[in-house]
Design a protein around this ligand. Structure first.
Ligand SMILES: *Cc1c(COP(=O)(O)O)cnc(C)c1O
Length: 367
């Protein structure tokens, strides 16, 4: 799905030198490159604090811990998303409340969300799935009305923006606290695990730093129960190089998405994603189509046979997972799991490869 080797080969001299620097300096933990990257990223996305952590799942857990919630407090999350969020919620003794998503953009559904608010609700946690930011104006209105925190999972939306009259900025910096992941295949990926937390609040930033560092501000004096979660120096050094390429990667992704839409727009059995929006830019972490019910698995198999890798994000909604099953009926999320298919969209995909993929999909639905 992603051609990480080609990307590395393009940046090889710089990346190799950066890794060697870290090794020669010997500051493998909390080396200067980590603070440098935190500053670079904070400037890039326009947020006061960026705190590097070990991965995107830790980022979610630490962000939730920083909000000082009580056992049984409810965190609202979309049911059509990745498992990291319900995991973090449940490990902390909080209660995930699953909400359906919109069929047209895969994002948290505002009216279902409003129906699920109770007097135990404390946090709304939108997942900006596939690279598109959820409807922040509506979310901020609801959060203000009910005094709730907004925790944004921006693991897939790095490099996308939201710009209404009232709320504008980079995805992940629009609520109280946001998180991302630098997993290799993400929009801004490192060469191992990595993640970060964003906030404009000095208080939350200080708490996050303390929590990620064993709950201590002074060495060997532990104020709260924390954990050990650090962004590696080597990963930070790599990210300092790759961050310069981020805008280019994103515009390639958007271009590829637009070309897919041109090529597939006339296929009746496929619903293509929207590319242009009034108040948002899409980062196209994934290009995901919705296909006619009952044809998805055959299409996937056909593409595999023809050498085209595709993925199903996601085959089962969160409220149906054995580990966190509820009795909820969330119709759109359940239907989408049978019908979605994500096509290759890495920045290195060539136009010839893309044309081949489009032709194969066209021929599948013609026969
Ligand atoms: C990748 C991802 C995560 C977790 O990131 P890791 O770095 O793999 O822990 C969390 N949420 C979403 C939506 C993701 O796509």
């Amino acid at each position: 799905m992603v051609n990480l080797k080609a990307q590395y080969n393009r940046l090889k001299p710089e990346i190799d030198a950066a890794i060697q620097n870290v090794c020669q300096e010997g500051a493998f933990i909390k080396g200067r490159q980590v603070a440098q990257f935190e500053t670079n990223l904070a400037e890039k996305i326009g947020v006061k604090h960026v705190i590097g952590v070990a991965n995107g799942t830790d980022a979610l857990q630490i962000a939730l811990m920083a909000l000082d919630l009580e056992s049984g407090d409810e965190v609202i999350i979309p049911a059509f998303a990745y498992a990291a969020l319900p995991e973090a919620v449940l490990l902390l003794g909080l209660k995930p409340i699953f909400v359906d998503v919109n069929e047209n953009d895969f994002l948290i559904n505002i009216s279902d969300l409003e129906n699920k608010i109770t007097n135990r609700t404390r946090v709304i946690a939108p997942v900006h799935l596939f690279g598109l930011t959820a409807e922040m104006d509506a979310l901020v209105d609801i959060a203000q009305k009910h005094s709730l925190y907004i925790l944004e999972d921006a693991a897939q939306s790095m490099g996308s923006t939201y710009f209404s009259e009232r709320i504008f900025g980079s995805s992940g910096t629009l609520g109280d606290i946001g998180t991302t992941s630098f997993f290799p295949s993400k929009n801004l990926g490192c060469y191992g695990d990595g993640g970060a937390i964003f906030t404009n609040s000095d208080t939350l930033a200080a708490k996050v730093r303390m929590l990620a560092n064993h709950g201590q501000t002074q060495k060997y004096y532990h104020e709260v129960i924390g954990l050990n979660s650090r962004l590696d120096t080597i990963q930070a050094a790599i990210l300092n190089i790759k961050i310069r390429e981020l805008d280019e990667y994103i515009s390639r992704r958007v271009q590829i998405a637009a070309w897919y839409n041109e090529g597939l727009g006339n296929v009746k059995s496929i619903i293509i994603p929207q590319v242009k929006f009034k108040t948002r830019t899409h980062a196209f972490h994934q290009y995901t189509i919705i296909v006619e019910d009952g044809t998805r698995d055959q299409l996937k198999e056909f593409l595999t046979e023809n050498g085209v890798p595709t993925m199903i994000y996601y085959p089962l909604p969160l409220h149906k997972q054995k580990a966190y099953a509820t009795k909820d009926v969330l119709y759109v999320s359940e239907q989408l799991c049978h019908r979605v298919l994500s096509l290759p969209i890495c920045p290195e995909l060539t136009s010839e490869q893309q044309l081949y993929i489009i032709n194969k999909i066209q021929s599948f639905y013609k026969s």
